[in-house]
Design a protein around this ligand. Structure first.
Ligand code: NAD
Ligand code: UDP
Length: 343
């Protein structure tokens, strides 16, 4: 956490935050929490987002805040000249811009790939020009359908470069390669976070991910969809823990030449997650099984020893607590839906 002494005193004696955070993807799920946390500790934020998978209400909640600015921009396009001119004020560039939900990132796979590769390069160039530190939100998907369990950072992965997930998985792998190339050439200081499944308020109810799907289905009394037999595993991290991990990683004092897993190592099957949602919501809706998506990873659990050692970070919010807060948030969102639709 930055201390008050790190703040710069402006020309007219007012306290001005030192530097500016550019947060690409700041109107999305994790990005909106990150923007809020940066503003809460007194920093300035310029959010870049093309609004492709953003929730408008995430943005509305931030737009009234002092020290927050929004620029609609697609990172696969060159960085606008006036942003480059702000260079010296920019101290941190955060790249969270990319759809994270499989159905959404597969909708326009070419654009997903360009977002990850060209978009990351554009933001790295911005960081280089501004002499700012750059953080990439990579993903556990770089491990693909893993043969090693749990997954530590030195595992090189088992990824299909021809399947429907490749636009995301291979895009993120290329983005990592670019980030480390910039770091090796001393063109920018970089940090690479490999994020494992994260959930919480501000998720889009329609994004198709398992946590949002099951909770919204349960609250609406709709069929609960389990893909495959439900024995595949994931490890779910609450969003406040994830944001704390990202902020710790950005400020960590190390050379940045290694990726860092961020996630909650408590692993469960999709069926076990379903049981938690059923118990929390009391739904009596039927469970239906749908076919398992192509290349769906069988299991996933982060080894977070590196994050614990380098950052002193471990997740704190247990699933029972996080799911309760997330259910309450979705319940309020769904209750507001008819009003929002003018019904
Ligand atoms: P999200 O879809 O809610 O947010 C992504 C944001 O980026 C959205 O606001 C979207 O409009 C914006 N965006 C997408 N493409 C863009 C482009 N070309 N230019 C500008 N803006 C663009 O996703 P999220 O869950 O908040 O994920 C944030 C980051 O974390 C992503 O990079 C994702 O790959 C990574 N990640 C997330 C998870 C997870 O479980 N949520 C897991 C692994 C990695
Ligand atoms: N899944 C499911 N029902 C759903 C949505 C997803 O059973 O309604 C499964 C999906 O096949 C995967 C797991 O839940 O095995 C996590 O899916 P999600 O899309 O949330 O994340 P990812 O596959 O990227 O880890």
């Amino acid at each position: 956490m930055r201390k008050q002494t790190d703040l710069d005193h402006g020309r007219r004696g007012t306290v001005q935050p030192l530097g500016l955070n550019v947060v690409a993807g700041g109107a999305g799920f994790i990005g909106s929490h990150l923007c809020r946390a940066l503003l809460d500790r007194g920093e300035s934020v310029l959010c870049l987002d093309n609004l492709q998978t953003a929730r408008p209400s995430n943005l509305r909640a931030l737009e009234g805040q002092p020290r927050f600015r929004f620029l609609r921009h697609d990172i696969s396009q060159p960085v606008p000249a006036d942003l480059l001119r702000m260079g010296p004020r920019i101290t941190r560039v955060w790249n969270l811009a990319c759809p994270a939900s499989p159905p959404l990132y597969q909708r326009d796979p070419e654009h997903t790939m360009m977002t990850n590769v060209v978009g990351t390069n554009n933001l790295l160039r911005l960081a280089e020009a501004a002499k700012a530190r750059f953080l990439l939100t990579s993903t556990s998907e770089v491990y693909g359908d893993p043969e090693i369990h749990p997954q530590a950072e030195d595992y090189r992965g088992h990824v299909s470069c021809t399947g429907p997930r490749a636009c995301y998985d291979e895009g993120k792998r290329a983005a990592e390669a670019l980030a480390f190339d910039y770091a090796r050439a001393r063109r920018a200081e970089v940090r690479v976070a490999r994020i494992f499944n994260t959930y919480g308020p501000n998720m889009d109810p329609g994004d198709g991910r398992v946590v949002s799907n099951l909770i919204c289905q349960a609250l609406r009394g709709d069929e609960l969809t389990v893909y495959g037999d439900g024995s595949q595993t994931r490890s779910f991290c609450y969003v406040s823990d994830m944001v704390a991990g990202l902020m710790a990683l950005m400020e960590a004092d190390f050379d940045g030449m290694e990726p860092v897993n961020l996630g909650n190592p408590v692993e469960m099957t999709v069926s076990e997650l379903l049981d938690h949602v059923v118990a929390l919501t009391g739904t009596r809706a039927p469970v239906v099984h749908r076919s398992l998506p192509v290349d769906d990873p069988r299991r996933r659990r982060p080894d977070i020893s590196r994050a614990a050692e380098l950052l002193g970070w471990t997740p704190r919010v247990p699933l029972s607590e996080g799911l309760k807060a997330t259910c309450a948030w979705f319940a309020a969102e769904l209750a507001a839906e008819p009003a929002a639709a003018g019904i």
